[in-house]
Design a binder for this molecule. Structure first.
Ligand code: PMP
Length: 437
């Protein structure tokens, strides 16, 4: 009897437990590289988060929200966003976009930009739809499109090295207009735009955005615009919002992150801003999945934005100060990397910097029976042998295009001066070892 029972139980367990939508999306680069960094790194310039604290005005706002006497802040708030936060976000975006923004219908708060992206893909992409993704891209776009039943269509930014032998800039990575246009067809539902771009730090120019907008309008395509690094732009460059271009407000969802905006990535507060025509469906996904985000974090972020609204454009504004500090950090890292022979690609925005590692091929042991790309092997070798963690650039490409971009790694420079000095020490020592070998 017992034998018969266990046999029939076993037979039942042979059927797959996982949903078909999970096929092929189980691997995640961060799981592997975060673990490697935790095990081996002395200096971690891998994953994108600041190791310095958020501004005092923000942590003080959190402390006030926590124990300031309004105990209702410990309870649920409005599902689509805590009223003070959606109100101040609407005020801010009215300024940025030069149009009316309604806090209740045009803004929704999410658990970080990550959930904002998930809601948008679920709400706007259907079985059989194609979604254009510009490479290199923040890796979650691809599995999110697939989970929604869509097909990602990839189009790479193509590097054009400057002829004068100067350092490359992220602006030298450009879309080929004809190639981009060739990806639009009647199945195309949306394009994902990420400006400033992770991992390159590219800030798309008005001309480039105009080209994308023109194609979106012509083919009736939506734009999922990931703008989480909107305040991190350097050298006097300007971040232009594609939603402010003609014909684009009605077809764009803008995604943002308090984590990146206020250097508090662990708070996981994000948002979507867009026309109600799109937002009503984004709300449907939110109300049937997460429903509600932590009230206290939303209250503190609302207060942070109220301060920034008052100081908008003034030198005391965090949105003015943070990019200034980060530009200095970028320049330190540029010098350190250049010293050891890793050619930096100067980012116009974000807190990432991509560097060319093609001169280090002889340092890294070649594993003959492995098809692991060189940049992966290099990043692993570097963290194990030098104690410095970074992320291989090919992780930000689709399977079909990965092998074209294996000579680069990405560093995050949103780090304390001491962390960047420690990285510089490692690189200097490495340089001396190379010189004497
Ligand atoms: N988009 C991009 C381009 C990102 O780099 C990140 C974070 N690394 C996110 C979205 C997710 O942001 P959040 O932490 O607010 O979920």
């Amino acid at each position: 009897q017992t034998h018969f029972l266990s046999h029939s139980l076993q037979a039942k367990m042979s059927r797959p437990v996982q949903a078909r939508r999970l096929e092929g999306i189980d691997k995640n680069i961060w799981v592997e590289f975060v673990k490697l960094a935790a095990t081996y790194s002395k200096v971690n310039l891998g994953q994108g988060f600041p190791d310095f604290p958020p501004p005092d005005f923000l942590t003080e706002a959190f402390a006030r929200a926590l124990s300031g006497g309004n105990h209702m802040l410990h309870q649920y708030t409005r599902a689509f966003g805590h009223p003070p936060l959606v109100k101040v976000l609407a005020q801010f975006f009215e300024k940025l976009l030069g149009r009316d923004v309604d806090p209740m219908t045009n803004v929704m708060v999410t658990v970080g930009a990550y959930q904002a992206l998930f809601c948008c893909f679920q709400a706007l992409v259907d079985e059989g739809d194609e979604v254009i993704i510009i490479e290199p891209f923040f890796d979650c776009y691809e599995p999110m499109v697939k989970m929604a039943g869509g097909t990602p269509v990839f189009v790479p930014l193509r590097p054009n090295p400057p002829k004068d032998g100067k350092w490359m800039s992220s602006a030298d990575w450009q879309l080929d207009p004809a190639e981009l246009a060739s990806k639009f067809n009647k199945r195309t539902k949306a394009i994902v735009l990420n400006s400033p771009n992770n991992p390159l730090g590219k800030v798309f120019s008005r001309g480039e955005l105009g080209l994308i907008a023109e194609l979106c309008v012509k083919h009736d395509v939506l734009c999922i615009s990931d703008e989480v690094y909107e305040w991190l732009v350097y050298d006097g460059k300007q971040h232009i919002r594609i939603a402010s271009l003609e014909g684009m407000w009605d077809r764009t969802v803008i995604i943002g992150s308090a984590g990146k905006t206020f250097s508090a990535t662990g708070w996981k507060v994000g948002w979507v801003v867009g026309s109600d025509r799109l937002m009503q469906h984004v709300r449907t996904v939110h109300q049937n999945s997460v429903y509600h985000c932590a009230t206290i974090a939303q209250e503190a972020v609302a207060q942070g934005f109220q301060r920034e609204l008052m100081l908008y454009g003034k030198p005391e504004s965090y949105f003015v100060q943070l990019p200034k500090e980060l530009q200095q950090k970028r320049d330190w890292l540029v010098q350190s990397l250049d010293g050891v022979g890793m050619k930096p690609i100067i980012p116009e925005g974000t807190y990432f910097l991509v560097a060319d590692i093609s001169q280090f091929k002889s340092d890294v042991p070649d594993v003959s029976n492995s098809d692991e790309p060189y940049d992966h092997r290099f990043a692993k070798w570097m963290v194990k042998n030098k104690g410095l963690a970074a992320i291989p650039l090919s992780a930000f490409y689709s399977e079909g295009h990965k092998n074209n971009y294996t000579n680069f790694i990405r560093f995050c420079f949103a780090k304390e001066e001491a962390t960047l000095k420690a990285a510089n020490d490692i690189l200097q020592k490495w340089k001396q070892e190379k010189a004497s070998s």
